[in-house]
Design a protein around this ligand. Structure first.
Ligand SMILES: [Mg+2]
Length: 551
């Protein structure tokens, strides 16, 4: 499909259709024309004539005056009994644009079209050098989107990607041509502001960027023009550092502080901030070692029937005693485990340990284990569960997995598929913390739940808080219609328990009914003979007395 022309000296004798198409004329119009009309550069023509059979690059002038890059090869041929020159012409536009695209990809982020980390680093080196040789300052802004993970979870990755593109475009719209915004990773953007007369100018730029992202339009459901909350950390060269890596780390530290102080704000780096960030990195590092160092353990909190007070099972709760530091709150390390993916090995350990321990109980009580959305979305989860049940010998019906709605919203169909496979093993599934997440009634219908656990925030003072009472009553009504038992979390007072009893709530859990403790604490419940298990047991005796007194 190459263009081909045959010339006698400089005069074209014949051409093929491909060449005619390349220059935009009919083949018949080209006969008798001069080669230089199409290869206007004399140097190219001379080199072509001088070096037969060798490919060289030049420009082809077309009818509309544009010059297109071509590869040319000339060879001597016999044409109609006379020596002629044949020239093959190959269009290089496609190849060149592919090469350009590859060069572009190497330096840009393919999703947003912004410069990537490597271009950012290169530019930062240059800008620091410039700033050092002048009196002017340079600021680095690290920006990330607040709760971006939730956008992905709620609306899916396509919506998340759209939001990143929108953020990229909106940040770029606030910058001058000589300023740079790059996407470093995920929802992390970095901006270089050079030639600043004072650091305050960087703060003003941060405000403008945050405001531009916040503005959005009324159609907030559309990710590309939604109102987006972001946080920014700022480090200034040469005030904070002159090393590019240190400068970026400082801006990141300031960003971390902005997030911790409520998001939607910007913070300048301060030397004292470093300590908090180092502490978090250390925590992450130690958490990685926690399983191997045997620092994790499980405590068990009884789940009791209302009103009998009989224990029906235990919720297994993970605790971490950090080497040389003492206990770390689950609310502190579980989010870190989820962010870093450490929740997979930790979750597996919890599951295995809870099943192993429950399998030794003489009483066939259930053990409830919390499962993170990250685990539910792991393709291997049902398989792993099967293996653990097999290895520990725990009958599947004695295991109950507690799943929050967050696990369902990220990828409804996939979560549904996993939950169905889990149910097929005979394992039961409870919806945990109901009322706090998205509390969609359609989730209750779509998923094969075996129990609803009402979040503690609705149980607190439910006996005096009319709104909470109304919500608890309606959840109980709903569950009756769906044939699902309900457990109330966080039962702490006799008055709360009395309310639940009056409303026919099936089960309860909370400090009043038993605090989380080592399994040995509950020896009487798990080891008791059959007769003991039938006896209404322990704490509610006290609670009911209190409840009666209160009424
Ligand atoms: Mg739970």
């Amino acid at each position: 499909m190459e263009g081909l022309l045959v010339c006698d000296g400089q005069t074209i004798v014949t051409v093929n259709d491909s060449f005619a198409a390349l220059v935009g004329l009919a083949a018949s119009e080209l006969v008798g024309a001069q080669v230089r009309q199409f290869l206007p550069d004399e140097g190219t023509r001379l080199r072509l004539l001088d070096s037969p059979n060798r490919a060289l690059e030049g420009d082809l002038l077309t009818r509309d005056g544009s010059r297109n890059p071509v590869e040319l090869i000339m060879r001597q041929v016999d044409f109609a009994g006379k020596p002629h020159r044949a020239i093959a012409v190959r269009d290089l536009r496609a190849r060149n644009s592919a090469e350009q695209h590859i060069r572009f990809l190497a330096h840009h982020d393919s999703l947003t079209g912004l410069p990537n980390r490597s271009s950012f680093n290169k530019r930062l080196d240059q800008e620091i050098e410039l700033a050092m040789s002048s009196e002017r300052k340079l600021a680095i802004l690290c920006l990330d989107i607040d709760r971006f993970k939730e956008v992905n979870d709620l609306f899916g990755h396509a919506a998340g990607d759209k939001m990143l593109q929108s953020v990229a475009a909106r940040i770029a719209s606030t910058l001058d041509r000589d300023q740079m915004v790059a996407r470093l990773s995920g929802d992390e953007f970095a901006i270089i502001l050079s030639g600043l007369s004072n650091p305050a100018a960087a703060g003003r730029a941060a405000e403008i960027i945050m405001e531009t992202l916040r503005a959005g339009s009324d159609r907030a459901a559309e990710a590309d023009d939604a109102s987006i909350s972001s946080s920014i950390g700022i480090a200034v060269c040469p005030d904070d550092a002159t090393d590019p890596h240190v400068l970026l780390t400082h801006a990141d530290t300031a960003l971390y502080r902005a997030k911790n102080e409520g998001r939607g704000i910007y913070r300048f780096f301060e030397a004292s901030m470093g300590a908090a960030v180092r502490e978090r990195r250390l925590l992450e590092h130690d958490l990685r070692q926690a399983i191997a160092r045997q620092e994790l353990r499980l405590v068990y909190q009884p789940l009791r029937e209302i009103p009998s007070g009989n224990a029906v099972g235990f919720e297994a709760l993970v605790r971490w005693r950090r080497q040389a530091r003492g206990d770390v709150e689950p609310s502190e390390f579980i989010p870190i485990a989820e962010e870093t993916g450490l929740i997979l090995p930790i979750g597996e350990w919890v599951l295995r340990e809870a099943c192993r321990v429950a399998a030794t109980w003489k009483q066939p009580l259930t053990v409830a284990v919390n499962v993170s959305p990250v685990q539910i979305h792991n393709a291997n989860f049902a398989h792993l569960l099967h293996e653990i049940l097999f290895q520990t010998g725990l009958p599947p019906h004695r295991l109950e997995l507690e799943v929050t709605e967050t696990a369902l919203v990220r990828d409804l169909n996939r979560a549904l598929e996993t939950l169905r496979r889990i149910k097929m093993l005979g394992v039961r599934i409870a919806m945990d913390d109901f009322g706090t997440g998205y509390s969609s009634l359609s989730n209750l219908r779509a998923f094969p739940f075996d129990k609803i656990k009402i979040d503690r925030s609705f149980i607190k003072s439910v006996n005096v808080n009319g709104q909470a009472a109304a919500i608890v009553r309606s959840v109980l009504g709903l569950s009756r219609a769906l044939g699902l038992p309900v457990l109330a979390e966080g039962v702490e007072t006799a008055a709360e328990l009395e309310f639940l009893e009056r409303e026919n709530c099936h089960q309860g859990q909370g400090f009043l009914l038993g605090r989380p403790a080592d399994i040995e604490t509950f020896n009487e419940l798990i080891e008791g003979d059959a007769a003991a298990a039938d006896r209404p047991v322990v704490i509610p005796a006290n609670a009911k007395a209190l409840a009666l007194a209160a009424s």
